[in-house]
Design a protein around this ligand. Sequence first.
Ligand code: NAD
Length: 783
Amino acid sequence: MDYGPAPESQKEAQAWLDGHQRKFGLFIDNAWSEPAELFASTNPADGAQLAELTQATDADVERAVEAARRALPVWQGMGGHGRAKVMYALARLLQKHARLFAVLETLDNGKTIRETRDIDLPLAARHFYHHAGWAQLQSEEFADYRAVGVVGQIVPWNFPLLMLSWKIAPALAAGNTVVFKPAEFTSLTAMLFAELCVQAGVPAGVVNIVTGDGRVGSAIVNHPGVDKIAFTGSTEVGRLIREATAGSGKKLSLELGGKSPFIVFEDADLDGAVEGLVDSIWFNQGQVCCAGSRLLVQESIQERFLNKVRARMENLRLGSPLDKSMDVGALVDPVQRQRIAALVDSARAEGCDVWQPACELPADGSWFPPTLITGASTSAAVAQAEIFGPVLVAMSFRTPPEAVQLANNTVYGLAASVWTESISLALDIAPAIKAGVVWINSANQFDAACGFGGYRESGFGREGGREGMLEYMTALAEDARPALPVVEAKAKAAAKPAAADPFAIDRTAKMYIGGKQARPDSAYSAPVFGANGALLAEVGVGSRKDIRNAVEAAHKASGWTGATAHNRAQVLYYIAENLAARADEFAARIAAMTGNKNPEKEVQASIERLFYYAAWADKYDGLAHQPPTKGITVALNEAVGVIGIVCPNEAPLLGFISLVAPAIALGNRVVVVPSEAHPLSALDLYQVFDTSDLPGGVVNIISGNADELARTLATHADIDAVWRHDGSAEGCAEVERLSAGTLKRTWVGGAKGRDWYSAAQSGGRAVLAHASQVKNVWIPYGV
Ligand code: NAD
């Protein structure tokens, strides 16, 4: 028995295209521009041209940004309820026109109608419903925040409408206005969405849609009138955007590529896992950022499981995406097909086994058969590169630790899928995997209430959930920051060899690495002068080698991340207690360094801040979401890892404590550059740390030239985030630019100052959010 054809009608979608003479201008200020400088959008399933779209110019982007700026007060003036009503109307309209959208998306993208109809459209509508709710609750739930302003949003072609809703819904809910750019291959559903905006009563200028290729994206990114960039796409372009926005003050979120592991343990429900795998790597032809493209299967069941996978692959139906019984549709464009084919050829050339089911590919259009690759080494291109196609690379492991090690053997960290019937094993593995989303006994689950986003080179920022809303808001406390820091004169004297006179008493304050005092590798030191101009001491001039040693020590101290929050809190209290015991000494040091007339106040504020973050350590809990599926999604606030911190010159002790305490409270390990002008009170802290049960390597202190050390921190491959708060605009810009190499998270203060005594500016959840990253673990529950 075979399947008969079950085509979905495309009449309505074709009529809609005809109604527009198959030509589209740009949607700016709720009006359509005349189509100009056209490029074609084709149906990937047969190569036929569907319509032509306009390549926006810089002047068009300018117009769109201006319209968005003008619309800000209008949109915000409508209030949370006003915005919620409009967003609710958008959700309703998406549902009402779901079939038209689904068919149009399938025609434009090549993905099957089953997916557009059953996944993309329901999720897109849900996103608007959910965020209509956030608009309604904003004044209550985010009272300490405001909208960022004009937001530039750029998306790829794999989920055109869904990515649009992931971007536009939270931005609008928070009161921003947007300039949105769809991918050049797939702009049509965005054009249809623009029409819904008018119908739903979105005021002119709130949503502006400009079409075109990367040049348009680049014009948005570089436009000075844009306050935030939200980008989804390749890691390569994400890096360019990080560099381009460095120092601009633009807020940035990046959702980038992935190479996600799909881990099957020997006790898993193997048939369930096979179905999960189908949803994971053959969903949307594998053109999914979080596709489970690396199958890691326990050796004891490898053969049995792969036989089941091959049998299932034989049954996958590939063909016309509009046919309701098809599993696999067309690739978005021949360019993608060539890229995938080249990677698969490279696997063949490396001696891997490439298996494909007998499968007839349609003559026209862009197709690639489901493919299974075995025998690849862990360093093979197919094991490391994001293929972004229906290609699964399978490897085996023997033990759970080996599975974790293989899973994390990637520069990416977007998602993972874990299959086992043992709940303890699943919940053991989930936190060990470096990825923003972990699905247990499931795959590719999404919901507006649950944040989605990556670790490492998969980017930073989250979409969905509470954390996703925060990406579109600015804390009011940031606006209250002083325009300039109170920058003290830096020690200008040149570095000189330490203790040149062998008989001189060595007054060089040591650095602190791995729980021990350390001399600088360079053997150079620099003098530190007090407020009265007298020489107070020498400090070591730290170098690249010292940072390397400190990072190594920080990595060895990973036990700190695994320690309980209660234990970490105890250590912070203990540090506070020991600091209090030496309060006079520290006050005297601060007075000598800075001339501060009330140094006791800074010491007391530092003690209080330690108490403050000790208090937070076991209270910055995650959330348990209940998405509309059978399960719970546990949003965990995990440590970022190793954070490099460049401290402010103002309040040299309090500034240091205000940055280090939240980082270590949440389980991070830090490599800290203390105030360049007044480093001594931070360097004195080793005596406090040594008596406070702080494990060696959790806090490492490297004194020296802030610019040079910040550069080393930002380019170091094993540092996960860099914070810089010394008021150096260029230095902060450089940290952002250099961090693009490994896409580190950054938190920089720019040229502005910060009131380190103010709990609002130097404390709170906004700071804790910098010290953590949310991992969403999906757990089937009540199934
Ligand atoms: P891409 O990076 O080439 O393009 C994405 C978008 O960026 C397009 O709209 C493109 O026109 C635009 N663009 C290109 N160059 C630009 C530039 N210099 N400045 C600004 N914008 C520019 O990616 P793609 O090939 O369209 O999409 C596939 C990639 O997207 C994959 O790597 C995939 O993993 C990633 N992706 C990630 C997620 C996620 O949530 N993490 C979701 C979907 C896709």
